[in-house]
Design a protein around this ligand. Sequence first.
Ligand SMILES: C[S@@+](CC[C@H](N)C(=O)[O-])C[C@H]1O[C@@H](n2cnc3c(N)ncnc32)[C@H](O)[C@@H]1O
Length: 211
Amino acid sequence: MNQASPRDFDKVAASWDEKPQRRLLAEAVSAAIAESVHLHRALQVLEYGCGTGLCGLQLASKVGWLTAVDTSAGMLEELRRKTRDLGLENVTPVLIQPESWTLPNAAYDLIFSSMVLHHIAATETLLYNLSQALRPGGTLALADLQKEDGTFHDDPTGVAHHGLDPQALITLLAGLGFTSLKTRTVHTIFKERGADEHGYPVFLLTGQKPR
Ligand SMILES: C[S@@+](CC[C@H](N)C(=O)[O-])C[C@H]1O[C@@H](n2cnc3c(N)ncnc32)[C@H](O)[C@@H]1O
């Protein structure tokens, strides 16, 4: 298994939004987050692995401030352009290098990510770091592929996990003290595989950091 390289995402950034299935997925994930979390204009929110902002820009106008971090300068450039075009003033794109970037402590009311966990080998470390960055009582919302047979990505470069088991994530988060842990399927991505169409379910897991 290998880690995602920022350059791989830089190369596809300009055309990232062109695939309708990515936009549909982001709509489903953002809608599910908005259903599960009480969003309001006082919330400080972090999106981890924001890409071009397909999810984040749907939620930005419903929250106070959105800090959108990613390792790919190209993806963030697209996000900056879209943010300008939409006239949004409450979005801060931040380029990070996970090895040298320290998440601020207890800074966010909501942290969410979509389709990022499967690119990161050290799941446990990431969950711990995100948990530290949440305020007591804050919400974590993680969307990703459910465990799949390895056929989802046409190019497996940068894929650390063939999907994830949401129940295993719940166990890890419960170990960090999270409560109200819930998971549900919020979307299914369909791809042609050989003569068949293969469905890849996407879960949204939510949980609350203890007060
Ligand atoms: C599959 S894309 C999803 C982008 C966006 N969330 C969406 O739903 O369209 C994965 C994103 O995670 C970013 N990424 C990969 N590894 C990362 C890491 N270790 N930390 C933060 N972001 C990362 C990539 O640059 C890319 O933008």
